[in-house]
Structure formats: C-alpha cells, structure tokens
Design a protein around this ligand. Structure first.
Ligand code: UT7
Length: 327
C-alpha cells in the first residue's frame, strides 16, 4: 500500500500592524484606487521592530500545534521556505527549532522565491513517503517589509509580512500530496531579485547607497510570465490527474496580483467561489501566501476535497501541487 504525505493540521500568523492603501498614499505617489484596481490589495500586515521571520514562523507553528496533541519535541523535521531569512546563515529553520523547543527536530531552509512554499511542501512530502519521518512541519515565513523600499511605488504597495505552516504525516488512504509539477528559468532572474548581499554583489557602501538590498521588479515582464506560467503548470497537473473545474474544490493560488489569480482560475475552468483570495487583506507575503490561504479557509475544507496549489515567482520558479484534503 502506498504511503502518502497528508496535511493533518495548518497554522498561521500575521503581525498586528496594518499598512493600508490610504497610509501608502501619504508615503509615495499612488492612490487607493490604482492599487486596488491593478493588484486587488487593500492592506497588508507589517512586522514589529525586531520581529524576524523566525518569530512569525514560531507563532504560526505554535498555532498549529495547539490544534494537535503534539508537543514541539514530537516534530522530526522543520523545512522553512523564506526569502527573508533571519541571517544569511545559519538556516532560519535552526532558529525556529530552537525558539520552539523542537529539540528532536532537524531542519533546513529552501528558497524558490514566491514558489518556495510549494517546493518545500513537495520536499517535505518525500521524507514522509520514504518512511524516513512521521511528522514534518513545512513553514513559509517572510518579513518582506525589511526588503521593501518604501520610496518605490512600484514595489512598496505589493508586499506584506506573514507566516503559514502545515503538518505532514503519513497516510495509506487516498488523500494527501497526490501529484506536482515544477519548473525554473534562471533567464528570468534579473526581472525580480534582490541584487546585492550575496556573493555576486557583496554588501558594500555602494550597494547600500544604490538601494540594491531592496526588491527590484520589472512588474510588466514578471506579470506576463506569471500569467502563462501559473496557468500552464496548473493545467498540466489537472490533465495528468483527470481533474476539471467541476471536480476541483479549491484553487489555492499564490497571492501576487488578483489579475494573475483570475487568469489562472479562468484557464482551470473555475468560478470565483472556488478560488481562495486573501490578497486584499495581506498583500503578497511571498512564502506565506498559500499556507495563509489554507489557514483562513480551514473551516470550509472537507476530507477528500481536491485542492490545486499554484505559484509563480522570482527566479523564475513556479509550480503546482495537487492535494486531496485529509481531515
Ligand atoms: O510574487 C512574485 C511575482 N510577482 C508578480 O507576479 C507581480 C507581477 N506584476 C504585477 O503584479 C504588476 O505588473 C504590477 C502590479 C507590479 C504593476 O501593474 P501594471 O499594471 O503592470 O503597471 P505598470 O508597471 O505597467 O505601470 C503602469 C503605470 C506606469 O505609469 P506610466 O508609465 O504608464 O505613466 C507606472 O509608473 O502605473 C504607474 N505606477 C503606479 N501608479 C500609481 C506604477 N506603480 C504605481 C503605483 N501607483 N503604485
């Protein structure tokens, strides 16, 4: 009998501080109407001073554990997907395990930009399917506000802070992580990236003065690739699994732009009532978007529901994961 990885619990956390479109109007040359029409975002959450990605992740995992009978020491592995790690090294997963008291867990970080959570979810599922581990936490956490130039209207309106997580456990039922497809195109790297701080452009006075530690995005180009990339890969997973708009219960898309979400939903043959959208409340939380959707919609999910998770982001990196809900 095949062992699959089932999502058996979800958790989430968003910081208290709210940054509204009206507040952004006082910071850069923009309007609430433009932001809402072009992106679908009304407000986003911003981490408190000193609150790092690990803090958001720990709060999300504690929320998850409260819904289970498990203690932090019961976790075997923590995989953290993030583009805003606490430090360049060590991995944020190590810090999360320490702060959480997950003394028996090992862990590592994954970075696939906005597609990171799906990459981490698929990676985590392999440890369950292979029989190596019984309880794996996959957490997507980002403090994007530390990466954003609040003088750049092209990017500062888009991003927010947050973390979401899932627990993976083995099952022999026909539920869990069923299938997936992933892609990368390094040719897209320069359209959405943080130029400096790595080995190609180490931090220097110049890189700081030139604002090269902030997000750079050529929005139009990324948009064009995202619309086709996310829809194509979702369609491929649907076809391979004989899924249609009728048999899918929910599309769980990365929340980068409501227009990209709508395009993916249309191609999948899904009506709006089957699409999870919380971009208006949280903006683009990068690795947090998909698990935060699962967190928000948890009470509406039923065992056996077909969920299609889809993301496209910097790198370019994109993917889609087919999940049969397990509880
Ligand atoms: O999560 C990772 C993946 N990221 C994405 O998927 C993001 C993909 N890109 C997008 O979502 C969109 O391209 C943006 C929301 C970033 C921009 O929307 P757009 O419809 O592509 O606008 P644009 O960049 O083509 O700009 C149109 C106009 C420009 O003015 P001109 O040159 O036509 O006079 C911009 O300067 O809108 C202007 N503009 C703004 N106006 C008011 C750009 N940002 C703003 C702003 N407020 N915040």
């Amino acid at each position: 009998m095949k062992t699959r990885a089932a999502i058996t619990a979800v958790g989430g956390y968003v910081p208290e501080k709210v940054l509204t479109n009206a507040m952004l109007e006082t910071m850069v040359d923009t309007t609430d109407a433009w932001i809402l029409e072009r992106t679908g975002i009304s407000e986003r959450r911003i981490a408190a001073k000193g609150q790092a990605s690990s803090d958001l992740a720990v709060a999300a995992i504690q929320d998850l554990l409260r819904k289970t009978s498990y203690q932090p020491q019961d976790i075997d592995l923590i995989i953290c997907s993030t583009v805003s790690p606490d430090h360049v090294y060590p991995a944020t997963a190590n810090i999360i395990a320490h702060k959480l008291g997950a003394t028996k867990s090992w862990g590592f970080d994954m970075n696939a930009a906005c597609a990171g959570f799906l990459y981490a979810l698929r990676t985590g599922s392999q440890f369950i399917e292979s029989g190596m581990h019984k309880r794996v936490i996959v957490v997507g956490a980002d403090v994007m506000s530390c990466r954003v130039d609040y003088e750049d209207r092209n990017t500062c309106i888009l991003f927010g802070d947050g973390a979401g997580c899932v627990l993976l456990e083995p099952t022999t039922e026909e539920v869990g992580i069923m299938d997936s497809e992933f892609a990368v195109d390094g040719g897209g790297a320069a359209y959405l990236y943080q130029k400096a701080g790595g080995s190609a452009f180490p931090t220097s006075l110049d890189t700081v003065e030139n604002k090269e530690h902030f997000i750079y995005q050529d929005g139009k180009t990324v948009f064009k690739h995202a619309v086709t990339g996310m829809a194509d890969i979702t369609e491929a997973v649907m076809k391979r699994n004989g899924l249609s708009g009728d048999t899918i219960a929910w599309l769980v898309p990365h929340q980068a732009n409501k227009r990209i979400i709508d395009a993916t939903a249309r191609r999948a043959g899904l009506t709006d009532d089957k699409v999870m959208v919380n971009i208006h409340r949280y903006g683009n939380t990068t690795n947090g978007t998909i698990p935060l959707c699962l967190w928000n919609w948890e009470s509406q999910l039923h065992k056996g529901d077909n969920l299609l998770l889809a993301a496209f982001g910097g790198g370019f990196a994109w993917g889609s994961v087919y999940v049969k809900w397990a509880f």
